[in-house]
Each structure stands twice: as structure tokens, then as C-alpha cells.
Design a protein around this ligand. Structure first.
Ligand SMILES: *Cc1c(COP(=O)(O)O)cnc(C)c1O
Length: 434
């Protein structure tokens, strides 16, 4: 018999915590089997796309300078288009992060006088400055592009009447965020995104429907572009980079939408023709190849965390049994101490920077202090085991990633041990009375 418990004890995780984890895991086997099935489906989808696009050894090399005729870059964009079933794609290391990819998609497809509509409530924090909800230099608002928002109803459903009333002749683009981000609303399934897009297109067929796909890629067998989205946008240091891409973002969608984005990213007249890939492409290809199984590991970690903390008595979103449409797990601790103890536990389980202690700080782009735990091979990569939470009510922590499930498991057990050591959770696995 392999003595796993002893291995965990070397990380300060007690026999009791280890056993508690094993009990929870035993109850999750059927769900894990279904996740593996989705991963298998998506693995084949990725390999098929690479085969169809004739990915060759030469594609793994890079160009320098202007980057004209960059075979690897152009082929990778075909692979993304094939995967997402879109006409075209832009996949570039010059897209610096998810926010940049989203800003690019919005700024290139909207013109002064147009209106942007979010029918799913407040968008991700960093987009508030892109849109100009919070005043910011270079925002859409500064360029005369207005914004309107329709919140989800209290039960999480779409406010169809509100959405109908919000669409008018200036409404040019509808942005739909798949993942919950820093909110405790449920994440949208691809199916529900499809229903929303159908509704919007019935009212206004030519409106561009964009989906912020961050954290959603490969969680299901279908993607938003399979249900009518004109554009999907995401970050390569989340799911589709498979943990290997060291930078980058993507936009996949209608030819015209992607072209607009390319002319904005580089320059009018140049578009997709320039943008040297340097030596980075092999990590994009290999990361994409690994992405389905990496996403599956992260998903299992999220479900494991949900079940551990739900049983102890904390609010978790999604709950332990709910179906999953992204890799984020929210756990509401109700106190700054809980959020901090959790994040410090994740950090202590890292391979890189395990010895540092994360503290809350004023992070650019966020309007309250945020604590972040990440011991990542790629700085800030949140497909790697990471956790973060704004230090503001309801004091929820957002946990995600793990390049392998064993690492996610270690991290979660370490958070639990930490919460017990800090007397936020009792020795017999209950929420301590405040
Ligand atoms: C991460 C994320 C973003 C922003 O991506 P960054 O790479 O952090 O700039 C936008 N939307 C959602 C839903 C995200 O999860």
C-alpha cells in the first residue's frame, strides 16, 4: 500500500483532514468520470482541429521582425477557428491578457454613437474601466460609445422584458460573460447563452453577440460559437493555454469581427499580416493540446472544494451538486480572516513561491483591496492553482485552476488545515461560531 497520508503530513496536513478529503472524494467518483469523458471528447476535438489544419513541425518555429508569412501563427489561428467553428480567429502573444482581448474586441467593433449592452448584469471588474462605468482614460465612453446593462433577475434568470426594452437602433454589440467573475451569480451554461443569443437576435438580427469566454473553454463539449455567438474572447493564461502559454489572448468569430480586431491590434492596412510570433508558438500549440485535460483537473479541484466547504457549512457557488460551466469555485467565508486563511493555504501548496505569505493589496483595476494566492510557473496564470478574493462583503474567495488534480487536492486540503489551525473551522469539520 502506498502511504499517501504520510506524504500529506509532510505538508502539515493531519491524518484527520486527509481522511475527511478521502470521504468526500469517494462520493465524487461518478462526477469525475463524466468530467473525464468531456475531456476525452475535447481532446479528440483539439487533435482533429490540428490534423485538419496540417499542423507541422515548421509551425512550432517562430518569426521575428514584422512577422510576414508566419506559418505557425497563421496555422494556429486556423486551428482556433476550426475548434470554435468560426470563420476566423486572432491568437496572439501581442494580446497581453484577457482584459486586453476583450477591450480589443469591443473597441474595434464599436464606433462612436453605438451602444454596448450587457444583458447579464455587471461585467468583470476590469471591464468597468474599459467601458467607462468607472471613468478611465481611453474608455469606450470617452469615444462616445454608450453602455447599458440589464441585471439578471433575483433567481438568476434573464430579464427578457428588460432586455427587450434595452435594445434599440444604436445597440450594436451585446456582451455576455459566461463565467461569474467576482460575483456569486451562477455561471451561464452554453445552452443558456444560446437561448439568450436567440432572443436577442430575434429582436435585432444584426447585433453582434460577443461572449467573454474566460474560464469556460473546454468545460463543456460545445462552445458559445456553437450556439450563435459571433465572437468568443479569452485569455491564454487561462484554460486554452493549458498552463504552458506564457502570455496571450484570442478572439474567434465572424470574419469581419476578427478583421476589425486585427486592424485595431496592429494597424489599419496591416491587420493580421504582421505580428511576429518570436519563439512562443510551440507553447501555444502544446498548451492547447493539454488544455482539455488540464481544464478537467481544475474542474475536479473546484468540485472537491465545493463539497468540502459545503459540508462544513459555508455557502459555495456553484454548490456541491450543481453542474459546472466554468472552473471557478466561490466559497463565502463571511470574514476577511477566512478569505486570508484560505489564500494562504493555497500559496503554501505551491511549487513556486510556497514560502511567501500573500496579503491584501490595492490591485490596479479593482475597486477594493484584493488578496491573491498564486505560486505559478507563469506569473498571474489562473489556470494554475490560484485563489483570490476582494476584501469586501460577503468575503468570498474565488478558487480556480490546478494544472493537475493532485496539486488542486493538496491545495484544498492545505486550506482546510489552515482554517482549522486558525479556528475558523472546528476540529470536527464544522463552521466555528463567530
Ligand atoms: C480573467 C477574466 C477577465 C480578464 O482577464 P485578465 O487576463 O485578468 O485581464 C475577464 N473576464 C472574465 C470572466 C475573467 O475571468
Amino acid at each position: 500500500m502506498i502511504n499517501l497520508s504520510q506524504q500529506y503530513q509532510q505538508f502539515g496536513i493531519s491524518e484527520a483532514v486527509y481522511k475527511y478529503g478521502e470521504e468526500i472524494l469517494a462520493s465524487l467518483q461518478e462526477r469525475f468520470r463524466r468530467i473525464d469523458e468531456v475531456a476525452e471528447y475535447n481532446q479528440l476535438k483539439v487533435i482533429r482541429a490540428m490534423q485538419e489544419c496540417n499542423v507541422s513541425e515548421a509551425c512550432l518555429l517562430g518569426t521575428t521582425g514584422y512577422g510576414y508569412n508566419d506559418l505557425g501563427r497563421d496555422t494556429l489561428e486556423k486551428v482556433y477557428a476550426s475548434l470554435f467553428h468560426t470563420e476566423d480567429a486572432l491568437v496572439r502573444p501581442q494580446i497581453t491578457c484577457g482584459t486586453h482581448a476583450l477591450a480589443l474586441a469591443l473597441m474595434s467593433n464599436l464606433r462612436p454613437g453605438d451602444e454596448l449592452l450587457s444583458p447579464v448584469g455587471k461585467p468583470y471588474d476590469t471591464l468597468e474601466e474599459v467601458i467607462g462605468i468607472r471613468p478611465s482614460k481611453g474608455s469606450l465612453k470617452e469615444y462616445g460609445i454608450s453602455y447599458s446593462q440589464v441585471d439578471l433577475l433575483a433567481d438568476g434568470s434573464f430579464d427578457y422584458d428588460g432586455i427587450r426594452a434595452a435594445i434599440h437602433d444604436r445597440t450594436k454589440l451585446v456582451t455576455i460573460q459566461r463565467s461569474k467573475g467576482y460575483q456569486t451569480r451562477p455561471t451561464l451554461s452554453v445552452e443558456r447563452i444560446g437561448e439568450l443569443i436567440r432572443f436577442v437576435k430575434e429582436i435585432k438580427p444584426d447585433v453582434i453577440c460577443m461572449v467573454d469566454n474566460c474560464y469556460g473553454e473546454f468545460v463543456e463539449t460545445a462552445e458559445p460559437t456553437d450556439v450563435g455567438a459571433d465572437m468568443v474572447v479569452g485569455s491564454l493564461i487561462k484554460n486554452p493555454g493549458g498552463g504552458l502559454a506564457p502570455i496571450g489572448g484570442y478572439i474567434a468569430g465572424k470574419k469581419e469581427c476578427v478583421e476589425n480586431a486585427a486592424y485595431r491590434l496592429t494597424s489599419p492596412g496591416l491587420g493580421k499580416e504582421v505580428g511576429a510570433s518570436l519563439g512562443i508558438l510551440s507553447s501555444f500549440y502544446e498548451g492547447l493540446f493539454l488544455a482539455p485535460t488540464v481544464t478537467a483537473g481544475a474542474l475536479k479541484g473546484a468540485i472537491f472544494a465545493a463539497n468540502i466547504y459545503e459540508k462544513i457549512g459555508f455557502d459555495v457557488v456553484p454548490d456541491g451538486k450543481q453542474s459546472r460551466h466554468d472552473i471557478i469555485q466561490a466559497v463565502t467565508f463571511g470574514s476577511p480572516e477566512g478569505v486570508i486563511a484560505f489564500c494562504q493555504g493555497i500559496q503554501a501548496a505551491a511549487s513556486v513561491d510556497s514560502f511567501v505569505t500573500p496579503e491584501p493589496w490595492d490591485m490596479p483595476g479593482y475597486d477594493s483591496q484584493v488578496i491573491m494566492a498564486a505560486g505559478a510557473f507563469v506569473s498571474g496564470s489562473s489556470i494554475e492553482l490560484s485563489a483570490d478574493g476582494p476584501i469586501a462583503p460577503p468575503y468570498a474567495v474565488y478558487f480556480q485552476g490546478g494544472l493537475t488534480f493532485p496539486h488542486a487536492k493538496l491545495g484544498i486540503l492545505k486550506t482546510l488545515q489552515n482554517l482549522i489551525d486558525k479556528h475558523i473551522v472546528t476540529e470536527d469539520f464544522h463552521r466555528a461560531k463567530a
